[in-house]
Design a protein around this ligand. Sequence first.
Ligand SMILES: *[C@@H]1O[C@H](CO)[C@@H](O)[C@H](O)[C@H]1NC(C)=O
Ligand SMILES: *[C@@H]1O[C@H](CO)[C@@H](O)[C@H](O)[C@H]1NC(C)=O
Ligand SMILES: *[C@@H]1O[C@H](CO)[C@@H](O)[C@H](O)[C@H]1NC(C)=O
Ligand SMILES: *[C@@H]1O[C@H](CO)[C@@H](O)[C@H](O)[C@H]1NC(C)=O
Ligand SMILES: *[C@@H]1O[C@H](CO)[C@@H](O)[C@H](O)[C@H]1NC(C)=O
Ligand SMILES: *[C@@H]1O[C@H](CO)[C@@H](O)[C@H](O)[C@H]1NC(C)=O
Length: 780
Amino acid sequence: METRLLLLRAALPLFILCLSAPAGGREFLSLRSGDSLSPEEVEDVLVSPKRTFSGGFHEVGTNAYCFSVWFTSSVDKTVVWMANRDSPVNGRLSTVRLEKRGNLVLKDADGSRVWETAASLPAATSVELSETGNLVLLNQTRGVIWESFASPTDTLLPLQPLTKGNKLVSRSGPGSYSSGYYSLRFSDDNVLKMVYDAPKVTSVYWPKPDISTFDSGRFPYNSRRIAMFDSLGHFSSTDKLKFNSSDDTPGRWRRLTLDYDGMARLYTLNGSGNWEVTWKPELHACNVHGLCGTYGICVYSPEPSCQCPPGFRMIDPSDWSRGCSPPSPPKCNSSEIDFLVLQHTDYFGYDLETYGEKVSFEDCRNRCLSDCKCKGLAYKLNGTGNCYPKFNLLNGYQMPDYPTVMLIKVSEKETTLIGDGEALNCTEQRSVLLNQYSESESQSPYLKYLVAFVAAAGVVEGMCILFGWWWIDRIHRREKESTMGYQALMLGFKRFTYAELKIATHNFREEIGRGGFGTVFKGVLSDDRVVAVKRLEVVSQGEPEFWAEVTFIGRINHMNLLKMWGFCAEGKHRLLVYEFMENGSVDKILFSRYAASLGWKKRFDIAMGTAKGLCYLHEECLEWILHCDIKPQNILLDENFRPKVGDFGMSKLIEKNNLKYRFSTVRGTRGYLAPEWMINQEITAKADVFSYGVVLLELVTGKSAADFHEDVHNLIQWAQSKLRQGDEMGIVDTSLAGDVNEEQLRRVVKVILMCLEVEKDRRPSMSTVVKALQGDDDDC
Ligand SMILES: *[C@@H]1O[C@H](CO)[C@@H](O)[C@H](O)[C@H]1NC(C)=O
Ligand SMILES: *[C@@H]1O[C@H](CO)[C@@H](O)[C@H](O)[C@H]1NC(C)=O
Ligand SMILES: *[C@@H]1O[C@H](CO)[C@@H](O)[C@H](O)[C@H]1NC(C)=O
Ligand SMILES: *[C@@H]1O[C@H](CO)[C@@H](O)[C@H](O)[C@H]1NC(C)=O
Ligand SMILES: *[C@@H]1O[C@H](CO)[C@@H](O)[C@H](O)[C@H]1NC(C)=O
Ligand SMILES: *[C@@H]1O[C@H](CO)[C@@H](O)[C@H](O)[C@H]1NC(C)=O
C-alpha cells in the first residue's frame, strides 16, 4: 500500500499512462526508499515511461530468477540486462529492495546479498527505468547515482556507451543466461575486439588476428575507448570502427548483442515484434575461437558444425567447447608416432617458434616428429614452404580452398587402426550442433552472407576431411619414398571450374557412358590424371545443397567404391569428376562375346568386392546411403579387374527431400528392382540386397536380366527350378567352360537365393552376404 502511494506521488505530472496495470501484475514507474520487488509476484514490474522496457524478476530456470531489464513488447521479451546472471535467486522469499541507506540490494531467500550497488555511493532516493532501457538510481534532485548502462551484460542499447571499464560478455549457450567465454571489449591497444576468454586461454578472433590493426581499418592511438551506436543504428568507436544498421528506419528499436556463438550482431525490432539481424561482422562462424575445443574442427556442411578428427572422441556430448580427446595420448618417442593428415585444415594460433620459411614438407614433418612440444603442424601448400609447428591444437577450422594441410601427432597403433580403410564410422562425422542461428535467421543477411561466402570461396573440398584421413596409412608407408608425400598431399578433393573440365574432356568429346543422371566423358586433368567426368542433367538442387551432398559423397572412401576426385558447380552446370576405370563396367564384358575373359575367379572377386562396397555404404557409413541402382552398368573394373561400385549417393543429389524414395522413373532400373518398389512400400537397404542378388545371378549365369523381357522373375524362376533339382552347374555360364570353384559356387548360390527373397525381411544384410561369400557361415 505504502509503495503505491509513494509511486503515485512520484509519477504524478509526467507519467499519466502508468498504473494501467494489466491482468495480474502491477506496474511501477519508480521504487522509493524501502520499496521492493519479489519473484513471488513476478508480474509486478518497474516500467519505463512509455512501457518500452520492463524491469523485475525474470525466470531463468526452475525456481531460479534474475533481476533483469527486458523489452516489454518484443515477442520473446528480450532481456537486455541482468544483475545476477551467474547467481540466480530462489523463487520464494528473495527480494530486490532500495534500502534506506540508499543502495539497491538483491537478497536471496536465505537473506544473503547476491548483488547490490556499492554502499559507498551517495544515497539514492528512487530507482527508475528510463525510456532508453537504463536502470538508474536517483538522488533527491534527480541526479544519477548509479546506472545499469555502466555495467552491461551481453547487450548494448542505443546511446549506451561501451567504455574502457566495461565489456559485453556472451551467454554460455542457447537458452542460458549465465556468462560465457566470449567478450566484446577494448583491449590494451585501444582497439575494440572480440575475445575468447576461457579459463586457460585467451585469444582474439576479431578483428581477424592474421591481419594488422591498420589493415583491418582500426586506429589504436585514441585512448579514450568509447563505442556507441545511435537510435538509427549508426555505430562508431574511437578506434575508427564505423558501421551502420542495414535498416535505418527511424523509430525502430535496436540492440547490439554478443551472442552465445561468439558473434556480435546488431538487431532491429520489426513491426511484428521480432528481431532481425541488421549487421554482423565480416567473420564467419568458424573464425570464432574456442567453438569446437581442443582438437575440434569447425566445418561448413553448409551450416557451421564441429567435428572431431577420425578416431578422436567428443569429450562432452553436450558441449563442444570441451573438444575432443585422442584415442591415446600422443607419445614423444618418434618411432611410436604417426601423423593424421587433414586437408584444408588449420588450427589457429599456438605456433611454436617457427622452423623458418622455405622449409620442405619432409623437413617440417621430421622436425615436428623429433620435437616433443610439437603436437602437430600446419603446412602451407601454396608453394612458399611455410611450416607452422603447434604446441596446442585449438580453434581448428576447415575452409574450402584453404591451402594448408594439417598433420596431427597420434600414436602409431591408433592410426593403423583407423587408417585401415574399413573401420571408420561416418556417422560420427555428421554432428551438426551449431546451426540454431541459421534456422532463426534463415531470411537474414547473416545466412546470405554465409551462403555468399560459401559461394565465393567454393566450398567443398574443405569438407574432404576424410579424404585426407586416408593418407595416414599411405604417409606411413611412404616414409622411405618421402618426396612423393608432398605431391600426394597437393592432390585432394577439388572444386573444378567448368573451363578446366571443358579442356580436360576436349569439350566433352569422348563419351564413355550414359545413364539416368547424365552423360559420362573421359578426360585428362592438367596433372595427367585420367578421369571420368559426369555431366548431370537432372539436378534440381540449389548450389549450397549440392555442395553439401557432393562433399559428403566426396568423403566416402573405400577400395570398392568409385572415388570422386572433385566436382564443378557453376551456374547451371553440375559435374562430378571420378577416377577413370580402365576396364569399364561389368556389363560391357559379361554380356559380350568376351565374356570368357571374365573367368570364375574374376567373377567371384567382383561379387565379393561389390558386396564389400555396399556393406560399407549401408552399415559402416550412414544407413541411409542406399544405392538404389545396383546393376552391372554401375560396377566398374580397374586395370586389374578390381570392382568399384559407382553412382552411389546420387539419390541424395537428385531427390533431397524424399528420403524414403518412392518409386520414381529416375531411380532404379527395371530388372533389378526389388518387389517393394512396385508396391510402393518403404525402400530400405534390403532393396539394394535384392538388386545385388540379381547381379550375382547374372555373374553366374552370364545372362542379362534385361534379356528376360524386362522381367527378372523369368530368370529367377529358371534358376530356382534348376537349383531345386540340385543342378547347380546347370545355371553356370557355359562360356566359363566348367572353370568353376564348386565350393565358391555353392556359397554364391546360397547367397543368391537369400537375396532374391520376395519378403524383404528375409533377405540378409550386406555384411551377412560378405561373410557368407567368405565361407564364414556362423552368422547366416
Ligand atoms: C544529486 O546528484 C547530482 C549528480 O550526481 C549532484 O550534482 C547533486 O548535487 C546531487 N544532489 C544532492 C541533493 O545530493
Ligand atoms: C552511415 O550512415 C551515415 C548517415 O546516413 C553516413 O553518413 C555514413 O557514411 C554511413 N556510414 C557507413 C560506414 O556506411
Ligand atoms: C519480422 O521479422 C520476422 C522474423 O525475422 C518475420 O517473420 C516477420 O515477417 C517480420 N515482420 C515484419 C512486419 O517485417
Ligand atoms: C623408442 O621406441 C623404440 C621402439 O619402441 C625403442 O627401441 C627406443 O628405445 C625408444 N626410445 C626412447 C628414447 O624411449
Ligand atoms: C602463401 O601463404 C603465406 C601465408 O598465408 C603467404 O604469406 C604467402 O604470400 C602465400 N604465397 C603465395 C604465393 O600465395
Ligand atoms: C557409428 O557411430 C554411431 C555413433 O557413435 C553408433 O551409434 C553406431 O553404432 C556406429 N556404427 C558402427 C557400424 O560402428
